[in-house]
Write a protein that binds this ligand. Sequence first.
Ligand SMILES: [Zn+2]
Length: 415
Amino acid sequence: MAKNKSKNMLKQYLLQNLARMHDEIVQFTQELVKIPTENPPGKYYRECVDIIKKQLQKFNLPTRVVHVNASDSNSYPRSCLIASYGEGQKTVYFHGHYDVVPAAHKNQFRPAIHKKKLFGRGSSDMKSGLASMIYAVRLLQLCKVPLNGRICLTIVPDEETGGMYGTRYLIDTGYIKKARAVAMIMPEPTSGAIWHACRGAISLMLKIKGKAVHVTLQRQGINAFEKMVALVNALLRLKAAVEKRKTDFNVGPGESKNSILMLGGICRCGTNFNIVPGECSMTLERRINPEEDFTTEKAALFNLLRRFQKKGINLEIETLQEGESAGITSDHYAARALAENIKRITGSRPQFRMCPGLLEIRYYIKRGIPAFAYGPGLLSVSHSPDEYVPVENIYNCAAIYALTAAQLLSQNKIK
Ligand SMILES: [Zn+2]
């Protein structure tokens, strides 16, 4: 009883102080939306990093800019920001990305508020989320909430193109460490759910090269299409086998629980009806459930493709994207703390779901750090021409993050 009372007192105290910062939070979100950090190709990253860094320094948070060393990132330099608050061994990560997908129209970089919604590219995915996590730290700082540990803010580019020069870089170079990490929370636009799992993905472009000749000379040519049909038949047998498997994780309405192998998202073939097709290409999309072993599934797929290459078929394989699956139980104490604080602030208990796409929690989970996505944005409008975020969600998320970090880093011993 006493514990609940003190929890409610902390909540009220934080909310009162947060209310005084509402205008400032929205203003900061708008400042971020104004910077067209479109990725690809990765524009205006430096300008965005400067604004965030200035804000963190205004709050006296030790901040460091990590320049990403990558040969092909030179034309558009990549940098990550790391800041921390509090002292001690345990660490809660607040992790977010500042790149956005390219705008549908120029007005998307002129943020506007209409009927309590903030419109603009990145308003939902995820510049509002960056504001929520930064102001959650500011709130704990202003309210002098005692923490047994620290919050580490990791702010990265390149999430929209796979995270190679963002999150992956910080993990590989040891800036993000498993030792003493309690949990990671990231503000992806989850529409009120908590994402605690994601499917892995292998996206391939398959190209068979043959020899184009006139139909009347077809015996002298090599029909790339007919070779592709043979390959497709083998892939359909693999599809039938893998798609029998279902995930135990909760998925969104209308989404499939089955593992996925989809063929032919893009197909290109031939030049004319009377010419033997000299080239045939097709994409393949493999989405791997968290319960499946990524390495085993990748090997099964590539073994099949290599068998065709060994038969003398001129098959080229180009990997368009690749990312591992990941998942963590919703019973984890950090998951329960996050869900409980969402309920306390919004009034409704969130559902736990598997994210329909790739999600950067995978980098943390693979290294043994429990990681979850929950943010102010809405998935349905993210990346769209009318992207917006309900303004109230930005404040709510700041309060939720602050309360969750306070709980996970409470002075009492953590379970
Ligand atoms: Zn995002």
